[in-house]
Design a protein around this ligand. Structure first.
Ligand code: NDP
Length: 295
């Protein structure tokens, strides 16, 4: 099964490396070509000069870009993906995408006999390095079974979620919960700091009690109390994800004030902290507003 991988970013690169390390035949392409050249040299993969060139001869094409419109933008043109993909091949999009754009991409590919799965992942960069990602897949279940050997190289849990777009919807809602938890624990800890309870003491109690979350148990102790704020998952991407979740809720007319306001808060944080900031740095806005650090 020859695989092409497009998008060697923070998470795409270790995912592609898992495919190469598993011994599958691999071609890589990246917008900033030097990154793909370095990867190809390090792993023995074939370096492609364009998306279309990458797709030549591939039975499975994997994309991992910031947004679904970014993926759609690779389809067209003389060197676009559609120039290289042939009938019977499959595009597996591991982007945390949006359901509507994924459905449009799937329809365009289906007109040429090409299959499409939305297959966003969770588990972070560490999960990608260790091959322990969760992959949530929307689309045809038989197609998923065919491409499973590729997904197995980086995923430990592969879940068929429903039709095209179902993986994207689930991923966006999961990350909306992450955003809610980050913001709410930041408000909780700044409130308690003002009320005279040190953040470490507050966490000792909360993490043994019903208010705990992954944010309180892992993100805040490891990244905020230490002031390390490592850059593993950009705030811009979490802003995008909660925006997708809020839009899906509105589209289905689900009353969702918490999702909507959290989407607004992350848009403000992204605007203030910029494109390079990590998602956990949203805490800095809460700290700024409260006039106290979680330290
Ligand atoms: P990065 O920003 O680190 O990397 C983005 C990649 O996409 C780079 O290879 C970049 O190329 C490429 N790219 C960006 N815009 C375009 C474009 N218009 N056309 C072609 N290529 C483009 O993102 P991540 O790797 O962190 O995330 C990728 C996806 O995975 C996102 O949807 C994200 O939400 C999701 N995700 C990320 C996780 C994480 O922990 N990082 C966890 C789970 C999901 P270039 O090198 O030229 O900039």
């Amino acid at each position: 099964m020859h695989t092409a991988f497009l998008g060697l970013g923070a998470i795409g690169r270790p995912m592609a490396k898992r495919i190469a390390d598993a011994g599958l035949s691999l071609t890589v392409w990246n917008r900033t070509a030097v990154r793909a050249a370095e990867f190809a040299a390090a792993t023995g993969s074939r370096l492609a000069s364009s998306p279309g060139d990458a797709a030549e001869g591939a039975t499975v094409v994997v994309t991992c870009l910031p947004t679904s419109p970014d993926v759609e933008s690779l389809l067209d043109g003389d060197d676009g993906l559609l120039s290289g993909m042939t009938t019977g091949t499959t595009l597996v999009d591991c982007t945390s995408g949006d359901p509507a754009t994924s459905r449009r991409i799937a329809d365009r590919l289906a007109a040429r006999g090409i299959r499409f799965l939305d297959a966003p992942v969770s588990g972070g960069v560490t999960g990608a390095i260790n091959g322990t990602l969760t992959v949530m897949v929307g689309g045809d279940a038989t197609t998923l079974d065919e491409v499973r050997p590729v997904l197995d190289t980086f995923g430990a849990k592969i879940v068929h979620c429903g039709d095209v777009g179902a993986g994207d919807a689930l991923k966006a809602v999961n990350n909306a919960l992450l955003a809610v938890h980050i913001w709410s624990i930041a408000e909780a800890l700044t409130t308690l700091a003002k009320a005279g309870v040190a953040p470490a003491v507050a966490l000792e109690v909360i993490n043994a009690s019903s208010g705990r979350s992954n944010a309180s148990m892992n993100l805040i102790p490891e990244r905020v109390l230490t002031r390390a704020f490592p850059r593993t998952f950009r705030l811009a991407l979490l802003d995008k994800d909660i925006g997708i979740a809020a839009a899906v809720a509105r589209q289905h007319k689900v009353p969702s004030p918490v999702l909507q306001v959290t989407a607004d808060l992350f848009a403000v944080a992204h605007g203030e902290l910029g494109d390079a900031a990590d998602h956990v740095e949203a805490v800095r806005i809460v700290e700024r507003w409260a006039g106290v650090e979680i330290a």
